[in-house]
Write a protein that binds this ligand. Structure first.
Ligand code: TXA
Ligand code: MG
Length: 351
């Protein structure tokens, strides 16, 4: 299949391109599109066969449910059994935006979209191209991140083409995304809402709207710890670069010396080494290929660059990645969650 790549100016969206993309979706085929978090691989959420194509194109395990994207609240009603009061408040506070809410599904949503679950994940993305595509097509759009399963999520149309060229009908190129890591997922089907995946909207922000919120404990540690995460996708080794990736945690100066020492040894043994640095530290590394994630004080820059940096090391075919850790106020938990998963939870404390 030839994949059509179309540039879309987010400030002046071409109606003909949206019509072309919508017709593809209505026919049951796939279109990748930008959202504010990462690029999504879209298909008609109410068409089981269309959802199946998503799993095939990504090589995604069939028990891993898809997020359904909508453009307004009216579109949700037919998809869910009820809209709990806390969900209404969260939607009002954060939609359109980087928050996915889990509801009990209605009969209308096929099990092929929800991975066999009786719940459905719904999100109203805050991106003009995504919203326009949903509006023009008039259908709720199931969309996982538009990467091959297991690879880092795509933050540019180029990343989508790397993974899915020839496997899907169309890619809408709306430029680089703003946030760079996937939406926060919150389950409101129980009394106390639970975060199933951390993201830009953090626990404190949710608590300001609905009171107590808990975090699924299974997502804080390695997936072999025995507790099963409530978001099926969180159990897979995920977001991972091809190289062996280890993070080094501790006082920054000591981390830099340790990484230099380990990198020197690998380079001496003939390996290609990648180093995840920051603007403040990048000049201090002496071996390997050094890429900065950005200024340590700008969390949003770090999150926007995270997957791009991991993909860059893939394309440079490094054997080892050595990285600093990143902590932050708002996005810290989400950033470390993705980095830990990418590193298979390999973190060495440097003292
Ligand atoms: O930011 C995002 O959420 C992006 C953009 C494209 O919107 N989408 C995304 O989708 O990250 P995906 O498929 O890569 O991740 C969806 C996650 C998976 O971990 C999946 O298991 C979980 O959502 N999920 C979906 N439906 C669920 C449900 N009914 N109950 C629990 N978890 C669910
Ligand atoms: Mg994904």
């Amino acid at each position: 299949m030839d994949t059509i790549l179309r540039k879309v100016d987010v400030n002046n969206i071409d109606a003909d391109v949206m019509k072309e993309a919508s017709e593809i979706l209505i026919k049951g085929e796939m279109v990748a599109f930008p959202t504010e978090t990462v690029y999504g691989l879209g298909a008609n959420a109410l068409d089981e066969l269309a959802s199946k194509k998503i799993y095939a194109a990504k090589g995604r395990p069939s028990d891993n449910p898809l997020i359904v994207h909508v453009a307004n609240m009216e579109q949700i009603e037919p998809l869910v059994e009820e809209i709990p009061d806390k969900a209404k408040r969260l939607a009002k506070a954060f939609w359109p935006g980087p928050l996915t809410i889990i509801f009990r599904k209605s009969k209308k949503v096929p099990y092929g979209t929800t991975g066999g679950l009786d719940t459905v994940a719904i999100r109203m993305p805050n991106h003009p191209v995504a919203l326009k595509l949903i509006e023009v097509s008039g259908i709720p759009i199931a969309a996982p991140s538009a990467n091959t399963s297991g690879r880092p999520s795509p933050t540019t149309a180029g990343h989508v083409m790397e993974d899915l060229n020839g496997k899907i009908s169309m890619v809408l190129d709306g430029g680089e995304v703003g946030i760079g890591i996937e939406s926060t997922i919150v389950d409101v089907t129980a009394d106390i809402p639970m975060i199933l995946r951390p993201g830009y909207i953090n626990k404190q922000m949710l608590e300001e709207i609905v009171g107590e919120v808990v975090i699924d404990k299974a997502i804080l540690g390695p997936t072999d710890s025995g507790i099963k995460p409530k978001a099926p996708g969180m159990k897979y080794k995920h977001y991972a670069p091809k190289a062996d990736f280890t993070m080094y945690d501790g006082e920054l100066e000591k981390v830099i010396s340790k990484i230099n020492e380990v990198a020197e040894e690998y380079v001496r043994r003939g390996y290609k080494v990648g180093i995840i640095a920051s603007d403040e530290t990048k000049e201090k590394y002496r071996f390997g290929e050094i890429i900065s994630m950005g200024n340590r004080n700008e969390e949003i820059t770090i999150s926007r660059n995270l997957y791009k940096v991991l993909r860059e090391f893939d394309s440079r075919q490094v054997d080892y990645i050595l990285g600093e850790t990143f902590v932050g106020e708002q996005l810290g938990q989400a950033i470390m969650n993705r980095l830990l998963k990418a590193a298979g939870y390999k973190v060495e404390s440097v003292t």
